[in-house]
Design a protein around this ligand. Structure first.
Ligand code: AOF
Ligand code: ZN
Length: 376
């Protein structure tokens, strides 16, 4: 390949287009679960002739949408030109291996073969056992050149929760908290982070469910993502702290309360018309089971309110090895206020846990650090 007299390495372009696929896929964050986020770009003679992403579970997969989009563009711009013709001999880039099964939608491999693309570049193999390399094999059988594993880490990160859930059958669990610089837990978040584009607003959008303490003040008990038009995670409220149960409204997000039986009776939850599960003692297993049964792939365990309320759940996620990720926000002040609690309450759990692939982001006036726990 020669451009402006310089011989270019094709793999550089491949990475560029896969990154574009990921960018497109991200437009559907919060909408595709329990399906993955997938983006697709069709390139011909160095030009993008079609783009698409998987918008929602049950709707067409990413590979099919560029043809739909392109058809629309063609009708508008070139009137009679046929979308199928421009895909002929083109290269299709897709962030996840095209499927080869009849599920809620027909196989994408067949759509690509029918469109006569000559090459397919795949970000990552689909870990779903019903696909797992069968899509690649089908394309190769049809004489299409297939490259696999371009920007693979980026593609994996895009669907980290979905991949975990597909491989283990369990939801992906993330623990989140805010700290002062002297290591005290904080109820509040950094300035601006709850607004559209802020890290907390974007985080909520990524999760199917959020677990919150029942002792959160009313002001904090209904966190919602401010990203335009987004779905809100299911709010799972854990009520095990007497006398502090906030009045919950279910307007902003669907809510379920897990209460221990003493609190349930005290707060007269039965009359509040909120779905409630009463347990002898709050524990993780029924909550995870509820999420699994509802097809919820990702859970954010949000430590706001009294850390004592969620302490037991955090312990269990670590002991049962179901905690995947930690997101810590450090706020720019020293906090010695009454009742300030430090990480000491969680001491004695495990001697040492490795946190891998650290990333950090400074957003407005806070520092957000995230990393992944080593599975034991
Ligand atoms: C998607 N979007 O763009 C691709 C997917 O139930 P179905 O028919 O929608 O199939 C879901 C599976 O298809 C999903 O678990 C994944 O393995 C595969 N690929 N899924 O939702 C897409 N390419
Ligand atoms: Zn598909």
């Amino acid at each position: 390949r020669v451009r402006c007299g310089v011989v270019e390495d094709e793999s550089v372009d491949d990475a560029f287009y896969i990154r574009r696929c990921v960018e497109l896929a991200r437009r559907a964050i919060g909408f595709t679960s329990p399906n993955p986020l997938v983006g697709c770009v069709i390139v011909k003679d160095g030009k993008i002739v079609g783009e698409g992403f998987h918008p929602k579970a049950g709707q067409p997969h990413a590979e099919v949408t560029p043809f739909l989009l392109h058809l629309k563009l063609c009708l508008q711009v070139f009137a009679l030109r046929d979308a199928g013709n421009s895909a002929e001999n083109a290269t299709a880039y897709v962030s996840l291996e095209p499927c080869n099964h009849y599920g809620r939608t027909p196989p994408c491999t067949e759509a690509l073969i029918k469109a006569k693309v000559k090459k397919v570049v795949v970000g990552m193999v689909d870990p779903n056992p019903i696909v797992a390399s069968k899509g690649v094999a089908r394309l190769q059988d049809a004489g299409i050149v297939v490259t696999v594993g371009v920007e693979e880490e980026l593609c994996k990160r895009l669907n980290e929760a979905w991949i975990h859930q597909i491989l283990t059958g369990k939801p992906f669990v993330t623990l989140r908290y805010s700290l002062s610089v002297n290591g005290h837990f904080l109820d509040q978040l950094g300035e601006g982070v709850t607004e559209a584009g802020g890290y907390y607003s974007k985080l909520l959008q990524e999760y199917d469910a959020i677990i919150l303490s029942g002792s959160l003040s009313e002001k904090f008990s209904s966190p919602t993502s401010q990203e335009p038009g987004t779905n809100q995670p299911l709010r799972i409220v854990v009520a095990n702290n007497p006398g502090q149960f906030p009045s919950l409204t279910t307007e902003a997000s669907k809510t379920i309360v897990f209460a221990d039986k003493v609190i349930a009776a005290e707060a007269d939850l039965a009359r509040k018309e909120i779905e409630t599960v009463v347990l002898d003692r709050i524990n993780l297993t029924p909550i995870l089971e509820h999420c699994r049964c509802q097809g919820l792939c990702s859970i954010l365990l949000d430590m706001r309110g009294s850390i004592r309320d969620l302490e037991e759940l955090v312990r269990e996620t670590i002991e049962q090895n179901v905690l995947q990720k930690i997101v810590v926000e450090v706020l720019p002040y020293w906090d010695e206020s009454d009742g300030a609690e430090s990480l000491v309450v969680l001491n004695g759990l495990v001697k040492r846990l490795e946190v891998k692939n650290l990333r950090s982001e400074t957003s407005n006036r806070s520092l957000v650090v995230e990393g992944y726990l080593q599975n034991r």
